[in-house]
Design a protein around this ligand. Structure first.
Ligand SMILES: Nc1ncnc2c1ncn2[C@@H]1O[C@H](COP(=O)(O)OP(=O)(O)OP(=O)(O)O)[C@@H](O)[C@H]1O
Ligand SMILES: [Mg+2]
Length: 371
């Protein structure tokens, strides 16, 4: 019996809910409203971007993953490469494609080879003599020009958008991209990222180029009842029975965190019918499997940050600054805690959910409590 769960992007019937978000984002893209979506790591951003792309049948979705960009050249080359590849794939008339692309992307160097099997053109791009800044300034306008000429609309997905922030030229890149973004008529931006503090600052800080330039949507939790129904259904599809109570337990254990719901269900599904303690066993297996990653993250923190994060995991306090909390957890002064908390927030490790401080990653939280 094949396991209906996996850790790849969730698509089609493997994608649970987010109906309202999909409709909203689709609507925004069609109306030219640039949108930023942020959520923790492995919360379903890329899956959602793909689902939105599939839904936007009247637009062309161009998906750029900015993960691991190291320079402005890298940023612009990645964007060019994906644009050309996608336009190439979707163009009706392949024979005149290169000349049409070059008519809009005037600064681009396009190398064309004809694939001997398919006889279709294959493109590779290079920046030529021009500096990356010039390309960044022109690339969106060029894409917009192409769209006008071909009477198409584009949804440009820039995933892991916060990676731009990590570059020393980030302010300049932001300013250049914003210029193109503001004047584009046929290109809607869908920017996604996981370092929420960084992204929020990017779009909500008055002094930054992107201030108020996009609709900001923090990706909400998938409702528990939706996930429960989804799990029961997927198990049934795979030929096994999952009770409502067990489904609820799976979702609650990982606080409806999509990656972990998928992973815990994957582990549990294999054990159903094999052993009586399938669910408790799968839960402890999950924590064990993640331990190496958590150790790595933990090692990167200062001792004070470690103490604070562990204290948050154990006590889930309403305030970090209470005297009792500080003393009991040997956290020293208010000032020190303020600095460590800012770092933990920036790393997206801790956040206030409702009025309670929590570790963002539910399984990391369980691991920390055990330490
Ligand atoms: N709506 C959903 N329904 C079911 N599973 C989902 C859903 N969204 C995400 N997942 C699962 O969560 C995991 C992470 O999804 P995805 O890669 O889309 O997240 P991400 O936020 O882009 O992650 P990363 O931070 O690593 O880029 C995958 O295993 C995917 O199957
Ligand atoms: Mg992703």
């Amino acid at each position: 019996m094949s396991n209906p769960f996996n850790l790849a992007l969730a698509q089609g019937s493997g994608f649970c809910n987010r109906t309202a978000e999909k409709a909203l984002i689709g609507q925004n893209m069609r109306s030219g409203i640039h949108t930023v979506i942020y959520a923790p790591r492995r919360y379903g951003k890329s899956s959602l971007a793909m689902e939105v792309g599939a839904l936007l049948t009247d637009m062309i979705s161009i998906y750029v993953d900015l993960f691991s960009v190291t320079s402005p050249e890298d940023v612009v080359e990645k964007i060019y490469r994906v644009i050309v590849a996608t336009l190439g794939r979707t163009a009706a008339d392949q024979t005149t494609l290169a000349s049409r692309i070059l008519a809009s992307f005037k600064k681009l160097r396009l190398n064309i080879e004809i694939d001997s099997m398919t006889m279709l053109p294959e493109f590779s791009v290079s920046l030529g003599e021009e500096r990356a800044e010039i390309h960044l300034e022109l690339i969106i306008a060029a894409l917009d020009h192409y769209c006008t000429a071909q009477a198409i609309k584009v949804c440009l997905v820039l995933d892991e958008f916060q990676e731009i922030c990590a570059l020393k030229e980030s302010k300049k890149i932001e300013a250049l991209l914003r210029g193109g973004m503001q004047s584009a008529q046929n290109v809607s931006f869908l920017m996604m990222g996981s370092r929420r503090t960084i992204l929020r600052d990017m779009f909500e800080d008055r002094k930054r180029p992107f201030y108020k330039s996009a609709y900001v949507l923090p990706l909400p939790e998938i409702p528990v009842n939706e996930f429960v129904a989804f799990l029961i259904d997927r198990y049934a599809g795979g030929g096994k029975v999952l009770s409502g109570a067990e489904a609820g337990e799976i979702v609650a254990f990982v606080r409806a965190y999509p990656y972990y719901v998928q992973k815990l269900a994957m582990l549990h599904f294999n054990l159903v019918g094999e052993r009586d303690d399938a669910l408790p066993f799968a839960k402890s297996l999950l924590v064990e499997m993640e331990a190496a990653d958590f150790e790595g993250i933990f090692l990167g923190l200062t001792n004070h940050q470690k103490r604070l994060l562990r204290a948050i995991a154990k006590h889930q306090p309403t305030t970090i600054h209470g005297q009792e909390f500080l003393v009991e957890n040997r956290l020293g002064s208010q000032g020190g805690v303020q600095t460590s908390l800012a770092k933990l927030k920036k790393l997206d490790l801790a956040e206030k959910i409702g009025n309670i401080w929590r570790v963002v990653d539910p399984v990391f939280e369980k691991w920390l409590i055990k330490q």
